[in-house]
Design a protein around this ligand. Structure first.
Ligand code: SAH
Length: 210
């Protein structure tokens, strides 16, 4: 149920759904998604669907992870990337081999701890995790060539815009009832916003939950 054949079937599905970046598809084929969910759900890990990870949160749908990664990387390789909403750590694991340095923050302590042990077990050495409210970004490590959020704010937090490097790209869902995936690019002090497609993410919340 977690065999290479099952994973390849997921990759074929993503290809059919329009994912074109071969590096992204290759990494999805080799990333053990079953490692990021409870054992009781492992048999469903290679379905193209979001699954519960506890604390009312979900591991993102593989299509969504692939799509956001592809959009983030579309203008070329990225040096420093910030992820908001580590969750299970699955998106983190997919991004890690594709960027030079990856910083990821999660506001729920239990999820942060579990993700940290998975990232350590997989020896993803270019990843730094923090238990933190992503509303504030992670200023000391910025600016970032790429920012990706897996939770939907109603408005893009100003700190995230501020921490985007010149020429940087940010991909995130925006909205409450009707969310849209949005790509924001920065040129100097000028921000361009492109609406991509409808999306369904958990809400972007503030504060840390211990
Ligand atoms: N890509 C993750 C998605 C997890 S769901 C995965 O595949 O597992 C989104 C996560 O964002 C949740 O864990 C939620 O707790 C977190 N989140 C929501 N608002 C946040 C904020 N302001 N700062 C940090 N994390 C946040």
């Amino acid at each position: 149920m977690t065999s290479q054949r099952t994973r390849n079937r997921l990759v074929e599905r993503l290809r059919e759904a329009g994912i074109k970046n071969e590096d992204v598809l290759q990494i999805i084929a080799t990333t053990p998604r079953h490692f990021f969910v409870d054992e009781a759900l492992a048999h469903r890990a290679y379905e193209d669907t979001a699954l519960p990870i506890g604390n009312g949160q979900t591991i993102s749908q593989p299509y969504t992870v692939a799509r956001m990664t592809e959009v983030l990387l579309a203008a070329g390789p990225l040096n420093k990337v910030l992820e908001i909403g580590t969750g299970s750590g699955y998106q983190t694991a997919v991004l890690s081999p594709l960027v030079k340095r990856l910083y990821s923050v999660e506001r729920i302590e239990a999820l942060h701890n579990k993700a940290a042990s998975r990232i350590a077990a997989l020896k993803l050495r270019n990843v730094r995790l923090a238990l933190s409210d992503g509303t504030w970004g992670w200023q000391e490590k910025g600016p970032y060539d790429g920012i990706l959020a897996a939770a939907a704010p109603e408005q893009v937090p100003q700190s995230l815009l501020d921490q985007l490097a010149d020429g940087g790209r940010m991909v995130l869902p925006v909205g409450s009832e009707q969310q849209k995936l949005v790509l924001i690019t920065r040129r100097g002090e000028h921000f361009t916003r492109k609406t991509l497609e409808p999306a369904r993410f958990v809400p972007f919340l503030s504060g840390i939950q211990r």
